[in-house]
Design a protein around this ligand. Sequence first.
Ligand SMILES: NC(=O)c1ccc[n+]([C@@H]2O[C@H](COP(=O)([O-])OP(=O)(O)OC[C@H]3O[C@@H](n4cnc5c(N)ncnc54)[C@H](O)[C@@H]3O)[C@@H](O)[C@H]2O)c1
Length: 260
Amino acid sequence: MYHMDVKKLFSLEGKKGFVTGGAQGIGACLAHAFAALGAEVGVVDINLAKASATAEKIAQETGRKVKAYVCDVTKADQAEKMVQEFIADFGELNFAVNNAGIFTGDGVLDIDAKTFESVIDVNLNGVFYTAQAAARQMVRQGKGGSIVSTASMSAHIVNRPQTIANYCASKAGVIQLAKSMAVELAKYRIRCNTVSPGYIQTDLIATMKDMLPVWGGMMPEGSRLGFPEDLIGAYVYFVSDASEFATGSDLVVDGGYTIV
Ligand SMILES: NC(=O)c1ccc[n+]([C@@H]2O[C@H](COP(=O)([O-])OP(=O)(O)OC[C@H]3O[C@@H](n4cnc5c(N)ncnc54)[C@H](O)[C@@H]3O)[C@@H](O)[C@H]2O)c1
């Protein structure tokens, strides 16, 4: 009935883009998946040594062109420079995944301004700076593009018992930021979407291993905590042409945590 090449719809062949926070965890997993599906990928991180090792490994395993870039996403000028370096190497930017994020917490009565701001700076301002630099490049190219940012289920619910108000606020901000950018950039055929993962077992939560059964108990019976691989489908959907009609969307991938 429909004469559509479905494999082409989800293929990333010929697409070029970067993943921030790509040195490890969710970002490294995504960079690997994108390259395996045919993309050429920039692994962007504040930790260049780790980003380089990750990029090299992905290139070896997939046979694709994968390069590492150093960038502190909290610095707008570094984000611009990273995109220019990416263009010098790859020639074009078709997708950007703004995924670098941190959390550090204290209760709302005790948290100091510096700690509060550090999380907003990486998770919200940092997402904006790399998304903005990517959008400017995509406008220059005139061919549209896909910008995907990592939010969190913490944008929708408040995590317990840990106290991470700054993290929750930053992630809620990421969703509304993406929607705002989606509206402004629609006329350039630049789509802006977010993925909201639930608990994913990476270094980010490695210091909270004793909490895993507690969080598991807050989920639907029979569900489980996630792994980076559980997010591949969501990001591939947004980066690929399969999501041509999706912009300003947020896709929650959390094993059902937020529905109970
Ligand atoms: N792990 C989870 O449970 C979970 C759940 C929901 C959302 N997330 C989000 O997913 C994203 C990735 O998380 P992860 O679990 O892979 O974390 P991670 O700690 O394993 O990796 C984060 C990466 O970001 C990099 N980074 C940190 N600050 C940076 C900066 N200023 N500039 C550039 N790079 C920087 C780190 O060097 C690291 O490589 C984050 O935005 C996080 O908030 C994670």
